[in-house]
Ligand binder design. Structure first.
Ligand SMILES: Cc1ncc(COP(=O)(O)O)c(C=O)c1O
Length: 389
């Protein structure tokens, strides 16, 4: 008897696990996984403790679609930042992390045999989600060094069997923030081919000076066909809580809710109360968050420069792709292993974010995460300076 179903037979152990294990073995400074080594606002952690201790019924199941206060917070946030009119009760859904939100969006909206366009590099849960829905992933890469789409390649991916496109802006791992023109090109094709857009915007508040995050749902004709995805892990720095959400037109959210009912049914109740509280914090929070990460980005860029790694300053997110071809001969996996075992720093080989035919595009890059304490970033910088020597 086989040990697993066909649908999971291609899902091996991820490179993240391999790199994390190696990093642990060599006590490397870990700039691999996007896992902050500090917490979000204390006030929000206190709200979690208060909820668990003091609010009656909060340690039992939450309402399936999410607590009303958090759903109102999500709708208010979309109004405040993007001027979007979201129906808090029918147009939002709280999920255990953005990962479940994306999975349920695919399961609830895509039929077997339909095609789903995935822009690469992708967050690694997208292809398995599409495969588990018995749909077909169709890959369109962003091209280095500036990580842009080829309009002809994008158009060629759309056809009458395309049901959805999954986009991610601000983009992990490239740090790109899609321009309005790029989003308009995607939106025009979605409308021409009657395609829905699953828009992963978990880094919506991590955008640096000179750039602006535009939700694709704000483009004319797109609200009706977009499921926007968010995460408290990113927005409030609490990745361990696994609170995510979707919002959009009630007609689309209804499908996502149907799937969610039977994937997890409901999401951590005390953490939802705390995130609902986080949404009431003044906008000053988001500015401070950006300032904090501007400083971390500067430390990261100094470290890469001193190490002789070439990179374009990220426009958003806490990730940066660095080209190591001046200091190492070999591919991204070989360099990541060299970096851990010889230099003592862990980074991720981006082949994990590309389909097989497109892995060559990033074979001379690695991804660093800079959601780390300044001391951690400085320590990584000191170690990596050896690369140049
Ligand atoms: C682009 C992107 N989407 C989704 C997620 C998953 O978010 P969550 O932890 O809320 O499931 C991540 C986490 O790293 C991410 O980088």
């Amino acid at each position: 008897m086989p040990n697993y179903a066909n649908r999971v037979s291609t899902f091996g152990t991820t490179i993240f696990t391999e790199i994390n294990d190696l990093a642990l073995e060599y006590q490397a400074v870990n700039l691999g996984q996007g896992r902050p080594d500090f917490d979000g606002p204390r006030e929000v952690v206190e709200a979690l403790a208060h909820a668990a201790l003091d609010i009656s019924g909060v340690n039992q199941y939450a309402p399936g679609p999410g607590t009303p206060d958090l759903r109102e917070g999500i709708a208010r946030h979309a109004q405040r930042f993007y001027n979007l009119d979201v129906d808090a009760m029918q147009g939002t859904l709280v999920t255990p992390g953005a990962t479940e939100a994306i999975f349920c969006s695919i399961m609830g909206l895509v039929d077997p045999g339909e095609e789903v366009i995935i822009i690469e590099p992708f967050f690694d849960s997208y292809p398995p989600g599409v495969i588990m829905a018995n749909a077909k992933p169709v890959y369109v890469p962003l091209h280095p060094p500036d990580w842009t789409l080829d309009p002809a390649e994008l158009r060629a991916a759309f056809n009458k069997n395309t049901r959805a496109i999954i986009i991610n802006t601000p983009n992990n791992p490239t740090g790109r923030v899609f321009t309005r023109d790029e989003l308009q090109m995607i939106a025009d094709l979605c409308q021409e081919f009657d395609v829905i857009c699953i828009s992963d915007e978990v880094y919506e508040h991590l955008v640096y000076e000179g750039y602006q995050h535009t939700p694709i749902a704000t483009l004319p004709g797109m609200f009706e066909r977009t499921v926007a995805v968010g995460s408290a892990g990113k927005t409030f720095g609490m990745t361990g809580w696994k609170i995510g959400w979707v919002y959009g037109h009630p007609n689309l959210i209804a499908g996502v809710r149907r799937a969610h009912q039977f994937v997890s049914f409901a999401t951590n109740h005390p953490a939802q109360k705390a995130v609902a509280h986080a949404f009431t914090i003044d906008t000053g929070y988001f500015e401070e968050y950006q300032t904090l990460y501007m400083q971390k980005r500067a430390l990261m860029m100094q470290a890469l420069d001193a190490a002789g790694l070439k990179s374009i300053q990220p426009e958003g997110t806490y990730f940066v792709m660095a080209d190591f071809s001046d200091v190492f001969e070999g591919d991204d996996v070989a360099f990541s292993k060299h970096l851990i075992t010889e230099i003592g720093v862990a980074a991720i080989p981006p082949m994990a974010f590309f389909s097989e035919p497109h892995k060559y595009l990033t074979s001379n890059y690695v991804r660093f995460s800079f959601c780390k304490n300044d001391e951690t970033l400085r320590a990584a910088g000191e170690r990596m300076a050896k690369l140049k020597g």
